[in-house]
Design a protein around this ligand. Sequence first.
Ligand code: NAD
Length: 358
Amino acid sequence: MKARIAVLPGDGIGPEVMPQALQALEAIAKQFGHSFEFRHADVGGAAIDKTGRPLPDDTLKLAKESDAILLGAVGGYKWEGLAYDVRPERALLGLREQLGLFANLRPAKLYPMLADASTLKPEVIIGTDLLVVRELTGGIYFGKPKGIEKTADGERGVNTEVYTTPEIVRIAKVAFEAARKRRKKVMSVDKANVLESSELWRRVVIGVAKDYPDIELSHLYVDNCAMQLIRNPKQFDVLVTTNLFGDILSDEAAMLTGSIGMLPSASIGSGVGMYEPIHGSAPDIAGKDIANPIATIASAAMMLSYSFNLDQEAAAIERAIVRVLEQGYRTKDIQSPTGKLVGTQEMGRLIRAELGKA
Ligand code: NAD
């Protein structure tokens, strides 16, 4: 297949980890006979420095005209004093809005050889392999009325949790489709015992499930889910939930595995999907060749699977990552007493070498 990929390295460690992902994709293209065209553009602080804006029109146009977007990270000390609406991080919101990216997918998978990095006991955490599907463009972050108003005795702050049937249907479909590529279980998380918006959420998810008889659907209240993630994370396959609950649960799930440098993410809508590591630009370690490139390489693997349906190719990248870790190679963030310490570029090279052997 042929695909045009918008490459937005961004700031900090973004430009260091991105080449490692692109080289892994090139190795895959060669091995499986695909052609990936990489088209680079500035985003975040790098774009502010050149154009004064975190998401220049040219970058947005390039993103819209591509088949998928691979993003590094944005932000850094240099731009911290800027007004909120021209900060590097605004670029992410702009891309989500403009591309209609309504679903955020975050896998949290524990590599058994890294169990020590988790704060949970190995017997609890080993075997964890779950995916949080978070609704990204609706719910309480966008609902109206919102705001703070003066009252006779002080002030009143308001936000509104609101979901419509179409919004719930489309996110539920993403979850059921994702489950088809996995262990075929969906857990819908809500607060249907208290919130009407959650009552509707549950009812609509149950309706969508009728089109997916091969998928097992269950429901949990969000407070119970937060507990279950710590008590027994292995029970979960795909979790689907609202914007607010997903914001909290996806961070909780990510931290189960203990290492921010390992975790990829996808934001998808009806068109172009965007793939990025969950970590930020890590300005404290930028430019030192010590950042872990695995989250970005794994994001490229998610792109192959979710945007291009190249599941075999995505699995090849994931296997290469596992084999390099099995051989004991570690970047600084996941280093163990017996690990062989390597830098960003060397970790990327080792993963490519494994891909070449396959
Ligand atoms: P961060 O994720 O950049 O860093 C948190 C800690 O994790 C740091 O100690 C960092 O060195 C470490 N770390 C992160 N990624 C790593 C990797 N691949 N390998 C090894 N260590 C890694 O979060 P932060 O420090 O809160 O934010 C830094 C900047 O990034 C801020 O400007 C923030 O707004 C921005 N940010 C951007 C995104 C994004 O682009 N999606 C996400 C979060 C934060």
